[in-house]
Design a protein around this ligand. Structure first.
Ligand code: ZN
Length: 230
């Protein structure tokens, strides 16, 4: 999960926002479950995941439903199937409205001091990406804070492409094709990296910014950081 950069206010640290299920994710299922999260070092996080062959199989529908439920439970913004021990190319993510606002405000404050942050943070409804592919729109990158449910308690500053285009299959058989920038682009890059066995520390170029969030005294709420601490 990308902990994609967040700035936690106490409100944002509270309960996860209500998860909105869009038509993109037709995932109502009476048997939803909270899945166990694999942590860094587990082999399932280090391998390339397999393409999904049958979008509407019972197995995939169940996986997507459980991943959305698990993401909702953690309060994170994204989750990739390998993180729940399933080596398939499936990602779920969203950028809730209040997170988007908090990120934009924190980045604006940061940009007063130095350049290169992300100022754009639009809300994105719950989205399911199957067999996603990403293409950067240009070479420009930005640093942002990330965390990951697979590295609980840790955060780091990670460079990511600022603008991307991504394309994926949706569980309903349609094709999702979007351009994304800022935090939205960051979340998608973080989650899709999981499908290739890449965790965010492997993308960092300054490991002095890597550490336990509680020790670093940051204002940011990492992407996948567990938010329910009460
Ligand atoms: Zn992650």
């Amino acid at each position: 999960m990308i902990g994609e950069a967040f700035y936690h206010t106490h409100t944002a640290m509270g309960r996860a926002e209500e998860v909105k299920i869009e038509s993109n994710a037709n995932i109502k299922d009476p048997h939803m479950a909270i899945l166990k999260i694999a942590r860094m070092g587990h082999p399932v996080l280090a391998r390339a995941a397999d393409p999904v062959e049958s979008l509407q199989s019972r197995e995939i529908r169940r996986l997507v439903a459980d991943m959305v439920d698990t993401l909702d439970d953690t309060g994170g913004v994204g989750l990739a199937a390998p993180q729940v021990h399933v080596p398939k190319r499936v990602v779920v993510f969203h950028v809730p409205e209040n997170r988007a606002r908090a990120i934009a405000a924190a980045e604006a404050a940061r940009n007063g001091e130095d350049e290169g942050g992300e100022t754009e943070a639009e809300a994105v409804p719950m989205t399911v990406l199957i067999n996603p592919a990403i293409e950067p729109l240009d070479e420009e990158t930005a640093l942002g804070v990330e965390g990951c449910l697979s590295l609980p308690g840790m955060i780091g500053m990670v460079p990511r492409y600022k603008r991307i285009r991504y394309r994926a299959d949706s569980p309903d058989g349609s094709v999702i094709e979007r351009e994304a920038s800022g935090f939205h682009a960051r979340v998608v890059q973080h989650e899709c990296d999981h499908l290739d066995g890449i965790l965010y520390p492997m993308r960092m170029d300054d490991l002095t910014t890597f550490g336990y969030s509680e020790e670093m005294g940051r204002d940011e709420l990492p992407l996948g950081e567990r938010m329910r601490r009460d």
